[in-house]
Design a binder for this molecule. Structure first.
Ligand code: BES
Ligand code: ZN
Length: 624
């Protein structure tokens, strides 16, 4: 339906697009969405009132689990609007002043996902809006950890996760990816704890518990971030380093020893790193996602610590966002593939430089498999399998599938293959530099692609079939597929096992994590308990410290009712809060009555350990 209306619209537009310029040309080729660039997930009027700078002054109360303080916004009321409208979610507004004078504000009723719009009367020349507030119990960005839920178990911990629309639950702001501002912050925390932000950061605890931050580059609200805890720092090289709890610093800095080199590699590919320092904060295990590209300071799950640096492509991914996402930002969440697809592509280019093509090919192949599985799950005609999403009226998290990541990165790989790296790499580097600190819509990207890379080459355009990728469902027929020499060997060993060769006789000594993943992923849906036992005896999967392998193994254990693994699985579920692991594990359990009973028991026991957003989705799953 929507597809049809887009096509009709594109015809109307192409009828009136009589100027013979490039964007008119691209309009004729691609459907035109009149809502392009309109952000359905902010209620703010930042299109009329420019939000230039935020001066944040907050205190973090770890006992009451509350952030309170004031956000002072420097604005430019360029269109002489009568009010400033901002996003809030479960915030209590204590007072509002405009240019030093108290004003009466009003707060709308809460709208699902979006929260409550805050209305503040302003005048044409108003320039400083100060909002004093405190956060509520339902602040979706905040996870407050009791000492028990940290690695060292001695101090409480707080971290934020603002993407996609959760910044509004801890700062009243214009919360859209297309709205950028600079910020300063003064953050007061309990003495002895360190505070860190997506900004210039301190490297050690001070005596006062008051920390100052500055972010001099304009960023959107979803990149606002804060962490507070017993955190220590160790350098990697002069511009990179690792933060984490003291008890984890040795392991974490060993795992991330190559991050300095990673930044150098990324720069060689696509131009200078524009953010000054690049540090990584390794969080306690409850962190709900793998990584978050908070500028200057990536937040990472500790589940990447495998002991052999085999899961650090996740850091390459977050680092790559310093170009695709943080420097050039998707205008709305419908354009999310411009953040994540580019970043997945960039991540694999970094890994290829550092580890070789055969290594990167394994990442590509696993990604391709995820894409195939995800399209199967969503349905190959599903609107949610277009690159250009339609999230109006929905939770932007609905768009958080493998599609923007994998269909997006494979589209870029196709472009790379069709034009060659000698053209594609400079094109990307120029795209990043010419759009630095700007936002971009899908439509504008396609126009840029046309004028800077395709340049009217009709045969090339036909070959690419861009509409099928961006404005069509499923996996287009010309989707590239990586060669996979290393996986071919793995597949052969798996076959030998399935035909009865004892696991100890398989040739596995050179395998890295990705080969093990391939080995397990392609096992038949159900092995026998005896087969599971043999594998476990030879390779100790139940006791693995590698989270990716553990996750897959536990799923197999649930399927085959291999009870030997259940205690380890419960241990895993008690601490790890990463949704990518939780959802498939609980999802697999609830498929049978016996499994469902187990899932309910485990979930009840550990629900409090999970992030509010993980709780939301698991509550939904459990109530089915
Ligand atoms: N920016 C995302 C995380 C995100 C996206 C959070 C949308 C909330 C809403 C981050 O860069 C990311 O993609 N993380 C992945 C890891 C990556 C290696 C695919 C994750 O957390 O799994
Ligand atoms: Zn990402």
């Amino acid at each position: 339906m929507l597809k049809n209306s887009l096509l009709v619209l594109s015809m109307v537009v192409s009828l009136c697009a009589c100027q013979n310029n490039k964007s008119a040309n691209s309009m004729k080729k691609y459907p035109v969405d009149p809502m392009s660039g309109k952000d359905a997930h902010t209620q703010s009027n930042a299109d009329s009132v420019e939000m230039q700078h935020l001066d944040l002054d907050i205190a973090v109360d770890m006992n009451r689990k509350q952030i309170s303080g004031c956000a002072s916004w420097t604005i430019n009321n360029k269109s002489k609007a009568k009010e400033l409208r901002l996003d809030t979610y479960d915030l209590t507004i204590d007072s509002v002043a405009v240019d030093g004078k108290a004003v009466a504000h009003s707060l709308d009723k809460q709208i699902k996902f979006l929260g409550s719009a805050l209305h503040i009367p302003i005048e044409a020349k108003s320039s400083l809006v100060k909002i004093c507030y405190h956060t509520g119990k339902d602040a979706r960005a905040l996870q407050w950890l009791s000492p028990q839920l940290t690695h060292d178990k001695t101090h409480p911990f707080l971290y934020t996760q603002s993407e996609s629309i959760y910044a509004r639950s801890w700062i009243p702001c214009a919360d859209g990816p297309g709205i950028r501002f600079t910020y300063d912050a003064r953050v007061t925390v309990p003495k002895g704890l360190l505070a860190l932000m997506s900004a210039e950061n301190p490297q050690a605890v001070n005596d006062s518990g008051v920390y100052h931050f500055a972010m001099e580059m304009p960023i959107p609200a979803y990149l606002m971030a804060l962490a507070v805890g017993d955190i220590t720092f160790r350098s990697i090289d002069t511009r990179t380093g690792v933060y984490t709890e003291p008890g984890m610093i040795d392991k974490a800095s060993n795992e991330l020893a190559d991050v300095g080199e990673m930044v150098n590699t990324a720069e060689k590919l696509y131009g200078p790193y524009r953010w000054g320092r690049y540090d990584v904060l390794v969080l306690p295990p409850g962190f709900p996602i793998g990584g978050m590209e908070n500028p200057k300071l990536t937040f990472s799950t500790p589940t990447i610590i495998a002991g052999d640096r085999s899961l650090v492509s996740l850091i390459a991914h977050e680092l790559a966002h310093s170009w695709s996402g943080n420097l050039v930002t998707n205008a709305t969440w419908n354009d999310f593939w411009l953040n994540e697809g580019f970043t997945d592509y960039f991540e694999r280019r970094i890994m290829e430089e550092m580890k070789g093509k055969d290594y990167a090919d394994m990442l590509w192949e696993l990604g391709y498999q995820d894409l195939v599985d995800n399209v199967k799950e969503l349905g190959d005609t599903s609107r949610d399998t277009w690159l250009y999403l339609d999230l109006k009226g929905r939770d932007p998290d609905d768009g958080l599938t493998d599609i923007p990541y994998e269909k997006g990165s494979h589209f870029l790989k196709l472009l790379e293959q069709k034009v060659g790296r000698e053209k594609f790499d400079p094109f990307l580097a120029k795209y990043f530099s010419s759009h630095a600190f700007k936002t971009i819509t899908t439509q504008a990207f396609l126009a840029y692609l046309d004028s800077n890379l395709l340049k009217g080459d009709a045969a090339l355009e036909k070959d690419l079939n861009i509409n099928a990728w961006v404005y069509g469902p499923g996996i287009p027929a010309n989707c590239p597929r990586a060669g996979n020499e290393r996986f071919a060997k793995v597949d052969a060993e798996r076959e030998r096992f399935l035909k009865g060769t004892p696991p100890v006789e398989l040739t596995t000594s050179e395998w890295t994590t990705h080969e093990w993943l391939q080995f397990l992923r392609k096992m038949p849906a159900k092995l026998t308990v005896a087969q599971m036992q043999k594998l476990d005896k030879a390779f100790s999967f139940t006791a693995t410290g590698n989270s990716e392998i553990a996750d897959l193994w536990f799923i197999m254990a649930i399927r085959t009712d291999y009870t030997n693994a259940f205690a380890s699985m419960e241990q895993f579920l008690s601490s790890v809060g990463r949704r990518k692991f939780l959802e498939p594990l609980y999802g697999e359990m609830i498929k049978t009555p016996k499994g469902k009973a187990m899932a309910k028991r485990i979930y009840q026991k550990y629900r409090m350990n999970y992030h509010p957003l993980a709780q939301e989705s698991l509550d939904k799953m459990m109530s089915k």
